[in-house]
Write a protein that binds this ligand. Structure first.
Ligand code: HEC
Length: 153
């Protein structure tokens, strides 16, 4: 059977159109993944290392009041598993011997998050300095945490 050339063409272009959304969706997945190239860390303020040295180190270097020690993979493993948004929010709000914002109210959330990511990396985590999307997720977890604390009162 012979097909008319015009028909063949039409068939091909329809197939190409049908595939387009799939290709686009795949592209979005790849660029949105954890190793995506669209990660743009929030700019401004101190680096995670600087904040660690100035604020967090006082307790986290030696493990004051059972603070998870810097570079102690065992101590950090379970914490890292909680996820960057959840753990950063909980520490930011404060938990037991961990004072809110590490005891320095002048820190911005971006600075505090960088310091947390810096400590997580030192213990084997692959956390990056936060981008705006991560900061939004941390803010969301912060709200949830504050509500929980409010309920317990
Ligand atoms: C005054 C001492 C102190 C300082 C300063 C301090 N921490 Fe902590 N931190 C603690 C203690 C104690 C814990 C353990 C809390 C617990 O689980 O009982 C802790 C726990 C944490 C955790 C784990 C939280 C969790 O949910 O278990 C993170 C993350 C953290 N600190 C980050 C920081 C960062 C970032 C800084 C600096 C900006 C900082 N800490 C400064 C005492 C401190």
């Amino acid at each position: 059977m012979k097909q008319e050339p015009s028909k063949v063409k039409a068939k091909h272009s329809i197939r190409a159109l049908a595939l387009a959304p799939v290709v686009l969706a795949l592209g979005a997945c790849v660029s949105g993944g954890p190793s995506g190239s669209d990660h743009v860390p929030v700019a401004g303020g101190k680096s995670g290392e600087a904040v660690y040295q100035q604020v967090c180190r006082a307790c986290h270097e030696t493990g004051v009041a059972k603070a998870p020690k810097f570079g102690d993979r065992e101590a950090w493993e379970g914490l890292i598993e909680e996820g960057q948004d959840v753990l950063t929010a909980h520490a930011w709000v404060g938990v037991r011997g961990m004072p809110p914002r590490g005891g320095d109210p002048s820190l911005t959330l971006a600075e505090f998050s960088r310091a947390t990511a810096f400590m997580a990396r030192a213990a084997g985590g692959d956390w990056r300095d936060p981008d705006t999307r991560m900061l939004e997720r941390i803010r969301h977890e912060e709200k949830k945490r504050l509500k929980e604390i409010e309920k317990k009162k």
